[in-house]
Design a binder for this molecule. Structure first.
Ligand SMILES: [Zn+2]
Length: 403
């Protein structure tokens, strides 16, 4: 899964479409050369468009140009036609042929893309998703959904990632087919995030796991606008799943120390942690994510990676129903004691529905900021302190910050 956004994150108009396409072709060629036999499922990013974010409907640029570059990844004429129409496609993978991957163009719904406002189904993608998922259910397939921008809310700005109408429709479709969708994977955030996407009043297990991985790009991020930015080490993720059932068993998170890599002229990828051991769950299923959230919210403490987070300052931000509506405060005592802070534990956070009751039921999510990707411990400590400052009060208003 290749989540794109290789173009420089300049302001609007700083790059031409030709330049963006050249970058796309270069990186795609490198991936093809290194993984000639592995199916590659790319998803369009918001920086694949010029002006950025403006994914349009129905055979607009740059869909046709990118389709020609990704022809071997996209597949047959039918899929090529879909991609040229709206930047989305599906592909069956795996030996059993029972696994279907939907590459969804979520930039059509992205909060900073105002082109499609007023449309009910940009590029017909919602209808296509429903038909694909109905077919998958009929034929006994399992589905993985991939896209660039994930649904739900973004931490720390707590802003919507999709326009609300699109967000609801997307969540409705995904949760209507939670029996066939095993998981969904996204990029864009340069942060590690997991969420459960679900619908109001639906059974708690009728949800779809949402995972966001870190980025290769070491783009610096601030916890809030105006605060110092912290660079992130390049990161890749290896998801382990059952090839027959697509059951997600675990992921292993790798990173490389960029400074060392440059000094040694050699990129050494190191495993940072793996999901199952870190969170003490058997797999990446809905039940496991619920278990993690439940421990975050209801327990007095949660042990992650041998560090304990004291849930001593939970703040109700929105809902009171179910097991939702709490913000887990990272444990300041960990900092005060001066003990070695594992950044994983310090940035683990559970939040739900801070935008208002209407959005409350849609998403549970936890976000791991920095995730140990900061190269030195003092940097990690500073990052923790800024995190605590940023979240010491009530939920903030939407910041408008964007990638
Ligand atoms: Zn992006």
């Amino acid at each position: 899964m290749y989540f794109r956004d290789n173009a420089l994150h300049f302001s609007r108009g700083a790059q031409t479409l030709d330049e963006v396409m050249e970058l796309l072709r270069n990186v795609s060629d490198v991936i093809s050369a290194n993984f000639p036999t592995i199916p590659v499922i790319p998803s369009l990013g918001n920086h694949d468009f010029v002006p950025k974010d403006e994914a349009r409907t129905n055979y607009s640029e740059p869909y046709g140009r990118i389709a020609d570059i990704w022809k071997t990844w996209i597949g047959d004429d039918r899929q090529m036609e879909l991609f040229k129409k709206g930047g989305y496609f599906s592909r069956r993978v795996g030996e059993s042929g029972k696994l279907l991957v939907l590459s969804v163009n979520t930039i059509l719904y992205y909060i900073h893309n105002h082109i499609n406002l007023g449309l009910t189904d940009p590029a017909g993608q919602f209808t296509w998703m429903e038909k694909q998922l109905e077919m998958a259910r009929r034929e006994g397939l399992k589905v993985i959904v991939t896209g660039h921008v994930m649904p739900g809310l973004r931490i720390p700005g707590l802003e919507h990632l999709f326009h609300p109408d699109f967000s609801r429709r997307y969540a409705d479709i995904m949760t209507d087919f939670s029996d066939v969708i095993v998981a969904s994977h996204y990029g864009h955030e340069h942060a590690e995030v997991f969420k459960l996407l679900r619908r109001e009043n639906s059974p708690l297990d009728a949800a779809v796991p949402v995972f966001s991985a870190m980025s290769i790009a070491p783009m610096a991020r601030a916890l809030k606008p105006g605060q110092p930015k912290y660079p992130l080490q390049p990161s890749v993720r290896l998801v382990e799943f059952d090839r027959a059932t697509a059951h997600h068993l675990n992921y292993r998170q790798f990173y490389t120390n960029l400074t060392q890599s440059n000094l040694n002229n050699y990129t050494n990828w190191v495993e940072l942690y793996n999901f199952r051991d870190t969170y003490g769950v058997p797999d990446m299923s809905v039940a496991s994510l619920r278990d993690i959230f439940r421990r975050m919210v209801s327990a007095q403490s949660l042990t992650i990676n041998n560090n304990t987070i004291n849930n001593n300052n939970s703040t109700s931000t929105c809902c009171s129903s179910n097991d939702a509506g709490h913000t887990l405060s990272p444990a300041s005592p960990v900092l005060a004691t001066g003990q070695v802070v594992n950044p994983l534990s310090s940035f683990c956070r559970h939040i739900l529905g801070p935008m208002g009751p209407a959005e409350c039921p849609l998403v549970d999510q936890a976000e791991i900021w920095c995730g140990g990707q900061i190269s030195d411990l003092s940097g990690a400590r500073q990052c923790v302190q800024f995190y605590l400052l940023a979240h010491s009060g009530q939920a903030t208003t939407p910041s408008g910050k964007q990638n």
